[in-house]
Design a protein around this ligand. Structure first.
Ligand SMILES: [Zn+2]
Length: 161
């Protein structure tokens, strides 16, 4: 059964892990086709964990306490699954990033970014141009803090530094 486009796994760009948001009913109708080995359900829906397909382990699932904030949930998941942060990917679509020479993006990059940044990357999937602006730095710094607090393996050397 193909995965509906809106439920295709999408990386959380800065963590490097793929996730897909789905509706509660879809998770409750989950099949092993939608969740092959390597994929799992993260949910705060208690009754979902009573399903035989989940209790038997045919679909892996992790209960995430719903009273946690978004960052607390991220920290919880990283700690429970012992997930490292991976190489940052495109914030828009999760594609891999390839560095492009600065002179090639002169006409494309916003003037302020071009003036202040030395390195630029292009998403291999959607073509979006990225650079380490203040937004990027804020997100990656916060994620590194969360991963440290979660005690998960460190991020591999960042080739987008
Ligand atoms: Zn992209």
């Amino acid at each position: 059964m193909p995965i509906p486009a809106r439920n295709k796994p999408r990386p959380v760009g800065a963590t490097g892990h793929e996730v897909a948001a789905g509706r509660l009913g879809q998770a409750r109708r989950a099949t092993t086709h939608l969740f092959p080995p390597g994929r799992m359900i993260l949910s705060s829906d208690g009754p979902l964990f009573d399903r035989n397909i989940i209790k038997s382990g045919r679909i892996r699932a992790l209960y995430v306490p719903q009273q946690l904030s978004k960052l607390q949930r991220l920290k919880f998941v990283l700690a429970e699954l012992d997930l490292p942060l991976c190489q940052p990917r495109c914030m828009a679509c999760g594609g891999e990033l390839t560095e492009v020479p600065k002179h090639e993006v002169m006409d494309e990059a916003p003037p302020l970014a071009y003036r202040n940044c030395e390195k630029f990357w292009r998403c291999s999937r959607c073509g979006k141009l990225l650079w380490h602006g203040t937004h990027w730095q804020k997100i990656t710094r916060r994620l590194d803090e969360v991963a440290r607090e979660a005690g998960t393996p460190g991020r591999p050397p960042d080739r987008t530094q």
